[in-house]
Structures are given as structure tokens and as C-alpha cells.
Design a protein around this ligand. Structure first.
Ligand SMILES: C[S@@+](CC[C@H](N)C(=O)[O-])C[C@H]1O[C@@H](n2cnc3c(N)ncnc32)[C@H](O)[C@@H]1O
Length: 294
């Protein structure tokens, strides 16, 4: 753990977890919401970020235009992304999968908000200080998970499989894996290793879902206007995301024997009746959601 730089919920990559929680909080309030996350606003309220992060739609109304546009686009996008992956997990559960792993779980509250069948074990991997913050807020709220939830404090560039097994993960059980809001943060070698390890820990019947951004997004995120808008999130995305030397995860998983499906993010949004605009809309033009079965 110590050989890697660490962060908390208000710095660097950690702050992106707070940003996506804010997106879920805002979408939850929309009459046409695609996600219903009653915990997201509490996470935002409990943090002390270096930039204003809204927890209610009313907060965005008081923001400068550029910030309001960024947060509106976050809410639009996070609704689509959350709905898609909620459905993936509930379909896996309906298909009999009882072990779930969420690497880079951040402030994902699915353990608390989805209707898990009895016997479900759910492992959330993230940095120690991110999970400490999350557990503190949930404890104060008296929130009860709706499955057996296991926080796993580990770095995804390091030996996370050992930490996962130590937390009770059973590599002989079919597992549903969810990599949402993660892949761009992993350098190429860490991403390749990440999928290799998932492959080794996944017996037949396992499933995987991932949000993927193509390297074609790079000129967009390096554009000065985009960078200025992205600063409303408190981080420079272009400094945090890695694309150099990345393999195509479809090919890597297919070569390892997984049946992979991939759908452009825009198609998912259209199917849900939602238009994507602004910062996240432009980013999503380079995105797709992968699902795979072993
Ligand atoms: C954009 S957030 C997404 C969080 C969550 N999946 C969600 O959608 O709400 C990115 C998360 O990835 C985690 N993360 C990124 N790189 C990581 C690493 N090397 N080890 C552990 N966690 C990592 C961050 O701490 C953060 O919580």
C-alpha cells in the first residue's frame, strides 16, 4: 500500500468520487431521475472540498453559469451510468450471482440502496481514507447495508487480490465485477494487470461490467476551454487520466475467453430518453459500457 501515493475524499482522484456522488445527488432530485441515491447528498454535506460541490439542484442555481453547466451535465451523465450498472448488477443477482466486487467503489452506495437477494456478499475496494470517510458518514446516518458488505482498503495498482481474499472473497464462486469510473485512472500496465487478475479470480458464470473511454477523448480533455470547465470539479482531469499504451479491454477479455458486449454511452442515454450535454456529454461521445460473461 505504501509504495503508492494515497488520497482522501477531497484531494486528487478522491475528489472525483465526491463529484460523482454530487452528480447522483442532483439526479436523484430530478423528476425524471434515473438513479435514486438517498446517501449521496449526505456524503457531499459531510466533506469540506476545495471547490463548491452542490448537493441540491438549488445549490447549482446560485452558481456561475460555467459551474452550473458542469454540474448539470454531471447529473445527466451520472443518472445514465448509474441506471445501466444498477441493471447489470440486479440482472447478475437475478441470474444467481451472490458475490459482487466493486473496485474503486468510492462513495457508491449500492450495498445500501439496491435490493440484494439473501446471501449476497459485496466487496468494495478503494483507498483507506476514502473508505474511512464513507463509513463514517454511513455510520452517523445509521445506514444498514442490504447485503453483507466488506470494505477492502487497498490500492488497485498493488496487490489488491490478497486484500480481497483476506476480506473473505471466495475465488471459486461466480462473481459480478463492476469497474465504474475507474479505468482512465489506471496507467496502462495497471489496467492490463487489473483485467488479468479479474480473469484469474473469475470462475465460469462470472460477469463483468466496465465504463470505458477511448483514447480519442484525449484532445478534448486537453483543450484549454474544457480544462477550465473541468476545474469546477476541483481537479484537472487531464492530469489524472492515463491513455498512453492502453490495450483494448474488449480484446483482452475476449482473448481470455469472455463473451464481451459493448454499447456506446450515447445509445444507452437515448434508450433511457436522456440527452447528454456539456462537459460530460462531450466526454461521453468517446465512451461505452462493456459487459462480459465468462
Ligand atoms: C470517479 S470515482 C468513482 C467511484 C465509484 N465507482 C462511483 O462511481 O461512485 C474514482 C474512484 O476510484 C478510486 N481509485 C482510483 N484509482 C485507485 C487506485 N489505484 N486504488 C484504489 N482506488 C482507486 C478513487 O479513490 C475514487 O474513489
Amino acid at each position: 500500500m505504501t509504495q503508492f501515493e494515497q488520497w482522501d475524499i477531497v484531494t486528487g482522484v478522491g475528489l472525483t468520487a465526491l463529484g460523482v456522488a454530487a452528480g447522483r445527488a442532483l439526479d436523484t432530485e430530478r423528476p425524471d431521475h434515473l438513479v435514486s441515491d438517498p446517501y449521496a447528498a449526505s456524503f457531499v454535506a459531510a466533506a469540506d472540498p476545495p471547490v463548491p460541490v452542490p448537493r441540491r439542484l438549488a445549490d447549482t442555481a446560485r452558481m456561475p453559469d460555467v459551474a452550473r453547466d458542469v454540474w448539470t451535465s454531471m447529473a445527466q451523465y451520472l443518472g445514465v451510468r448509474s441506471r445501466f450498472f444498477d441493471r447489470f448488477l440486479m440482472t447478475a443477482a437475478a441470474g444467481g450471482v451472490r458475490q459482487v466486487v466493486v473496485p474503486a467503489a468510492g462513495l457508491d452506495a449500492r450495498a445500501f440502496r439496491l435490493d440484494w437477494p439473501p446471501g449476497t456478499e459485496l466487496f468494495e475496494i478503494d483507498q483507506p481514507r476514502v473508505l474511512e470517510f464513507k463509513d463514517g458518514v454511513l455510520d452517523r446516518l445509521g445506514a444498514r447495508p442490504r447485503c453483507a458488505r466488506h470494505p477492502v482498503r487497498a490500492d488497485l495498482r498493488g496487490d489488491w487480490p490478497t486484500a480481497l481474499r483476506d476480506a473473505g472473497f471466495d475465488p471459486d464462486r461466480a462473481t459480478a465485477w463492476l469497474a465504474e469510473g475507474l479505468l482512465p485512472f489506471l496507467p496502462a500496465d495497471a489496467e492490463r494487470r487489473f483485467f488479468d487478475r479479474i480473469d484469474r479470480l473469475s470462475p465460469p458464470g462470472s460477469r463483468l461490467a466496465a465504463e470505458h473511454l477511448a483514447p480519442s477523448v484525449r484532445p478534448l480533455i486537453e483543450d484549454p476551454e474544457f480544462r477550465a470547465a473541468a476545474r469546477q470539479l476541483g481537479v484537472d482531469i487531464a492530469d489524472l487520466w492515463h491513455f498512453a499504451g492502453k490495450a483494448d479491454p474488449d480484446r483482452q477479455l475476449t482473448a481470455a475467453g469472455w463473451a464481451v458486449r459493448s454499447v456506446p454511452t450515447y445509445e444507452v442515454a437515448t434508450a433511457y430518453g436522456r440527452d447528454l450535454h456539456g462537459l460530460m456529454g462531450r466526454t461521453a461521445q468517446h465512451g461505452r459500457f462493456l459487459t462480459a460473461e465468462r
